[in-house]
Design a protein around this ligand. Structure first.
Ligand code: ATP
Length: 300
């Protein structure tokens, strides 16, 4: 793709700010929302920004979130330094920076709660009725078994009464086949990647998928989820996460850098967002850590 053509000012996929304000009035009015053509990583940008601001370790009132959206990232990232790939116009790449009034120990389950928020957002978009978005522990949203969205939560700073978090969300809108080839290539080159779930895009369930409506739906869902998590943690999200659990009752393996560490039947998650597995040696609750989850049948 010709890079200058991909950023044409009149490209049809560009976000329409006035439509965004109509569809997501509160966030569009109250939050600082930046939209840029290209950056390294929207998460990295917001981490830097939150670190540069004065720290408020015990905020009396909630701070308004800050949002950064990029049409393209030159170093989009997943967990453990893995790459997150996207082409301009084909993906929504956004990060939300927020000073969450919880210490770092209180963030358990946040990436799962945001997964539930992404499902809420998808429920407000005109997907075909047969589409079944689902959640894969700990941080992926699947559509028909393909990876539709990734969630990456990082912290900018932590204090006794607050943690500045950056919530990165990447959602594929179009071009899943091309993306699959790119992901395969990237995984072949990266020793840390554990190949598994192929990419899916929203267009499969919504041929007219567009950035503006998708961003608006996400902003509204995050606007509802953040205060809820802030006061109650993961608990109120647990049932909805379980209802959308992609691998419920299936045999799974947990891998640490490609090495199998346990295998068993995935039964759900607990109130802290730990994955519950019925393993041959007994039930186990697994914390997020840096593990990868795969269906057992995908492994030799
Ligand atoms: P795992 O399932 O191993 O735990 P993960 O869910 O932690 O992986 P992330 O680190 O969040 O994965 O995302 C990076 C990985 O996702 C890459 O290694 C690549 O395999 C895959 N990937 C990269 N870009 C995309 C994309 N746009 N859509 C779907 N998958 C992608």
């Amino acid at each position: 793709m010709n890079p200058s053509a991909s950023f044409a000012p009149d490209a049809p996929w560009r976000i329409d700010r006035s439509r965004l304000a109509t569809l997501a009035p509160r966030p569009a009015h109250d939050w600082d929302i930046e939209i840029v053509d290209e950056t390294g990583s929207t998460n990295a940008d917001l981490i830097e920004r939150l670190r540069a601001q004065p720290r408020d370790n015990a905020p009396a009132d909630p701070h308004a979130p800050v949002v950064r959206v990029a049409y393209s990232q030159t170093s989009g990232r997943g967990r453990r330094g893995r790459a997150w790939l996207a082409e301009p116009g084909n993906a929504l790449l956004m990060s939300v920076g927020y000073v969450l009034r919880r210490p770092i120990e209180g963030l358990s389950g946040l990436s799962l709660a945001i997964g539930v928020a992404v499902l809420d957002a998808l429920a407000r978009l005109p997907l075909s009725p047969s589409a079944r978005p689902a959640l894969k522990w700990p941080n992926d949203v699947l559509l028909d078994d393909g990876k539709l969205a990734g969630i990456l939560i990082e912290t900018a700073w932590t204090g006794p009464g607050a943690t500045a978090v950056v919530i990165g969300i990447g959602i594929n809108l179009h071009g899943a086949e091309h993306l699959a080839a790119q992901v395969d290539d990237a995984n072949r080159q990266a020793a840390s990647a554990v190949p598994g779930t192929a990419p899916a895009s929203l267009a499969r369930a919504w041929p007219g998928a567009n950035l503006t409506d998708t961003l608006a739906a996400l902003l509204n869902a995050i606007d509802a989820a953040l205060p809820r998590f802030e006061t109650e943690g993961f608990k109120p999200f647990r049932q909805r996460w379980t209802d959308a659990h992609a691998y419920a009752g299936r045999e799974v393996v947990l891998l640490d850098q490609g090495q199998e560490i346990t295998r068993g039947v995935a039964s759900g998650v607990d109130d802290s967002g730990h994955l519950l597995i019925d393993a041959p040696e007994g039930p186990r609750a697994v914390a997020t850590g840096e593990l990868s989850l795969r269906l057992a049948k995908e492994r030799p």
